[in-house]
Design a protein around this ligand. Structure first.
Ligand SMILES: Nc1ncnc2c1ncn2[C@@H]1O[C@H](COP(=O)(O)OP(=O)(O)OP(=O)(O)O)[C@@H](O)[C@H]1O
Length: 620
C-alpha cells in the first residue's frame, strides 16, 4: 500500500526522524551554524506542497536521503523521485547547496489512490522542525531590505499579528504585517498557485512539476521566477519590489481536503502551523493598478524600463493588474510624471521555451517613443552570460531551459535597440499572431526556426559529405564485386531526412486534453526511459532537430539527467531551445545573431509600408 506523502500532520511526525542521521556518523559541531561540520540543511517539498527541513550529512547521497524520507514517511525509496530543478538526484548531492529546495515526487508507477494515513503518536508530535518561522532559501546574497522585512514579519508572527488572505488573483496569496498591523509583505506559497494541490480558490488538479496555467511554466515554479525578476532588475531600474524565496511556517496557509489525511478539517481545534515554500515580496502601498485609469499619465521612462525588463525575461503575464500605480506627492515626481509604476507578479516569466508573451504596454503611445540615451546605455551594458551565471548561483534550482530563453531575449533586445527599434516594435516581433484559423509563430520564433534549419542544413551537408566519402570508400573497396549495387547509407533508411525537411511552421495542433491523455499514459507506463535521438525528435515535434541526425544520446542530455516524462509538452512552442547540446546552442546563438539584421530591416520595411498605406488612405 502506498503511503501518504502529503499530510502536514505526518510532516510533523517526520521531522523527528529526518533530523537523525541514518548512519551513526557524527561530526564536530560547527559553532557558526549550530550544526555539525559538513552538514547542511535542505528543504524537501512533497508533490502536494508539504515542506520538511532536513539535515544532510557529509556522506549523504540521494539514496540515503530517500531512506531518511522512507523512514519518516513510509515511502519505499524505489517509489519516490528526488529532484532539484533540472536534476533528478540519483546519487551525488554536490550540486545541492545549503538551504536548497528539493522536490520529492511519487514514482507514478507505484501510485495508489487508496493511500492509508498513519497517525502520529503524541511523542512524535513534540518534535518540531528546527528551522525558524521564515528562512530565506536559494539566494546567497540576502538583500538587507528583505532581511529586515523578514525580521519584522517574524516579530509580528510571534506577537500574534495574523496575516490576511488576499481574495483577488487566482492563486493563494497573503499579506503579512508588522507589529503595528501594517501590511509589509505579500507571500505566495508555491503549492497554492493556480492548479497546484493546495490552491484555495478551487483551481486545482495538478501535481507540482506538471505544466501549469501556462504550459511552459510548471506548477510550483513561479516562486523562483518572482525572485529572478527582482535579481535581474539591476539598479532597481524597473522598480521590481524586493523579493526572496522563503520557507515560511504559519497556520494561515491553505491545505485542501483530500491532501490532508483527514477528510474534514478539525473543528474547534487550533489550526496547525504548516510550512510552505513561497515567494516573499515587499508590499508596496499604491493607489490603483494600470487597468483602473487611462495610461497617458504613465511616464515614458517608467513604461520603457518595465518593457525592457519584460522583454529580457519574456514575461507572459504583464497585464494591467500587474502594474501597480502610486500617486506621487508634489516634488517627489519621478521621471517628470505624477505617478510611479510598480511591476509585480513575475511568476510567469522565463518560460521553458518561447511562448506567446503578454505585454500590456505594447500599444501604449509611450512604447513607440524611441529609447533615451540612458536606456540605450543600460541595454548595451546588459550581459546575458553574466545574468545566467548570477541566476545559476543565486537560484540553483532554475532550469537551464529558462536561462536559454533569458539569453536569447537579452541578445534580441540588445541588437534590436542598437539597430534603432523602439519598444513596441520589439514587443510586436516577439508576439504571436492570431488568424481566424490558427496561432502563428512570432517573428522571433520564425527567426529561431530559420536558425535551426540553417544549422541543420549545415549538419546534413557535413553528414552527406562524410557519408559520400565513406560510400566512395566502400565502392572503391568493393569495385571488383558489384559496381551497379551501391550500398544505402544507413541513416537514410529510417527516413530521418524526411522528418527534418518537413515544413517547420506546421505547428502541431494538440489540445490540452490530448496532453493530459498522454501524461496519463505516461503515468501508467511508469518511468519513461531517457529519450534517444529519435524519441527526442518526435517529442519536439516541431523542432527541426539536428539531433535527428546526430543520434548521440549524451550530447542530447548534456549531463542533465531528465526523464522524457519530466519534459514539458512541446506543443506549447513552435521551436525548442532546450534540446540543443551546449556546442549546438553556441552555434545557434551565433547564427541567430547573424540573421537578426535582416529581420530588423524587414520590420523597418513593414513599418514604412504601414505608414505609407496610412498616408495614402489619409489622402484618400
Ligand atoms: N508587492 C505588492 N505590493 C502591494 N500589493 C501587491 C503586491 N503584489 C501583489 N499585490 C496585490 O495582491 C494581488 C494579488 O497578487 P498577484 O497578482 O501577484 O497574485 P496572483 O494570484 O498571481 O494574481 P493573478 O491571478 O492576477 O496572476 C494584486 O492584485 C495586488 O493587489
Amino acid at each position: 500500500m502506498a503511503p501518504n506523502l502529503d499530510s502536514p500532520v505526518q510532516t510533523q511526525l517526520a521531522i523527528a526522524v529526518l533530523n537523525r542521521p541514518v548512519t551513526n556518523e557524527y561530526h564536530d559541531i560547527n559553532k557558526s551554524e549550530g550544526r555539525p561540520a559538513g552538514r547542511r540543511r535542505v528543504f524537501v517539498q512533497t508533490d502536494s506542497g508539504c515542506v520538511l527541513g532536513i539535515e544532510l550529512d557529509r556522506g549523504d547521497n540521494a539514496h540515503t536521503v530517500k531512506r531518511k524520507l522512507q523512514v519518516a514517511l513510509h515511502v519505499p525509496t524505489d517509489e519516490s523521485l528526488l529532484t532539484f530543478g533540472d536534476l533528478v538526484l540519483k546519487n551525488d548531492l554536490s550540486a545541492v547547496r545549503k538551504d536548497s529546495p528539493l522536490l520529492l515526487t511519487r514514482n507514478f508507477m507505484h501510485r495508489s489512490s487508496s493511500t492509508p494515513c498513519l497517525s502520529p503518536t503524541g511523542k512524535d508530535l513534540q518534535h518540531r522542525d528546527r528551522s525558524g518561522p521564515i528562512e530565506i532559501i536559494g539566494c546567497l546574497r540576502h538583500h538587507s531590505i528583505t532581511k529586515q522585512l523578514v525580521k519584522s514579519v517574524v516579530k509580528a508572527i510571534q506577537n500574534v499579528v495574523d496575516p490576511i488572505p488576499i481574495h483577488n488573483g487566482l492563486g493563494g496569496a497573503y499579506y503579512f504585517r508588522n507589529c503595528k498591523g501594517e501590511r509589509i509583505a505579500i507571500v505566495k506559497p508555491t503549492d497554492e498557485e493556480p492548479f497546484a494541490p493546495n490552491n484555495p480558490k478551487g483551481f486545482i488538479g495538478k501535481a507540482l512539476g506538471q505544466p501549469g496555467l501556462k504550459k511552459t511554466v510548471r506548477v510550483g515554479e513561479t516562486g523562483f521566477r518572482e525572485v529572478a525578476a527582482y535579481l535581474l532588475d539591476y539598479d532597481h531600474f524597473a522598480n521590481v519590489p524586493p523579493t526572496a524565496l522563503v520557507k515560511i511556517t504559519h497556520s494561515v496557509f491553505n491545505v485542501n481536503e483530500g491532501v490532508t489525511c483527514n477528510n474534514s478539517k478539525p473543528q474547534n481545534r487550533k489550526p496547525k502551523p504548516i510550512s510552505k515554500i513561497a515567494s516573499f515580496q515587499q508590499f508596496i502601498p499604491h493607489d490603483f493598478d494600470a487597468g483602473d485609469h487611462g495610461t497617458s499619465i504613465f511616464p515614458v521612462t517608467a513604461v520603457h524600463r518595465i518593457g525592457i525588463l519584460d522583454v529580457r525575461i519574456f514575461n507572459t503575464d504583464r497585464h494591467a493588474g500587474n502594474l501597480l500605480v502610486r500617486k506621487l506627492e508634489d516634488g517627489a515626481a519621478k521621471f517628470g510624471g505624477q505617478v510611479e509604476l510598480i511591476p509585480i507578479d513575475h511568476g510567469l516569466c522565463l518560460p521553458e521555451t518561447l511562448d506567446d508573451p503578454y505585454f500590456e504596454w505594447i500599444h501604449w503611445p509611450q512604447a513607440s517613443i524611441p529609447f533615451s540615451g540612458e536606456e540605450l546605455q543600460y541595454i548595451a551594458n546588459l550581459d546575458p552570460v553574466r545574468d545566467s551565471d548570477m541566476l545559476r548561483l543565486e537560484l540553483p534550482m532554475i532550469r537551464e531551459a529558462c536561462i536559454r530563453v533569458l539569453v536569447l531575449c537579452t541578445t534580441f533586445l540588445k541588437e534590436a535597440a542598437a539597430f534603432g527599434l523602439c519598444l513596441s516594435d520589439i514587443g510586436e516581433m516577439m508576439s504571436r499572431h492570431f488568424t481566424v484559423r490558427e496561432e502563428e509563430p512570432s517573428e522571433l520564433e520564425v527567426l529561431c526556426i530559420e536558425t535551426r534549419k540553417l544549422l541543420c542544413d549545415v549538419e546534413v551537408f557535413h553528414q552527406e559529405t562524410h557519408l559520400e566519402e565513406e560510400f566512395q570508400f566502400d565502392i572503391d573497396s568493393e569495385e571488383t564485386d558489384d559496381l551497379s549495387m551501391p550500398k544505402t547509407p544507413p541513416g537514410y533508411l529510417f527516413g530521418i531526412r524526411e522528418g527534418i525537411s518537413r515544413n517547420p511552421l506546421s505547428k502541431l495542433d494538440e489540445s490540452l486534453e490530448e496532453i493530459d491523455e498522454e501524461q496519463e499514459e505516461d503515468n501508467q507506463d511508469g518511468e519513461a526511459e531517457e529519450p534517444n535521438g529519435l524519441q527526442a525528435l518526435c517529442a519536439s515535434k516541431l523542432s527541426i532537430s539536428p539531433k535527428g541526425i546526430n543520434l548521440g544520446k549524451t550530447s542530447l542530455l548534456q549531463g542533465w539527467s531528465r526523464s522524457l516524462k519530466e519534459r514539458l509538452p512541446t506543443s506549447a512552442s513552435f521551436v525548442s531551445l532546450a534540446d540543443m547540446g551546449e556546442e549546438e546552442w553556441g552555434a545557434f546563438l551565433e547564427k541567430f545573431q547573424e540573421l537578426l539584421h535582416g529581420a530588423f530591416c524587414g520590420r523597418r520595411c513593414k513599418i514604412a509600408g504601414r505608414r505609407h498605406s496610412l498616408g495614402s488612405s489619409c489622402q484618400f
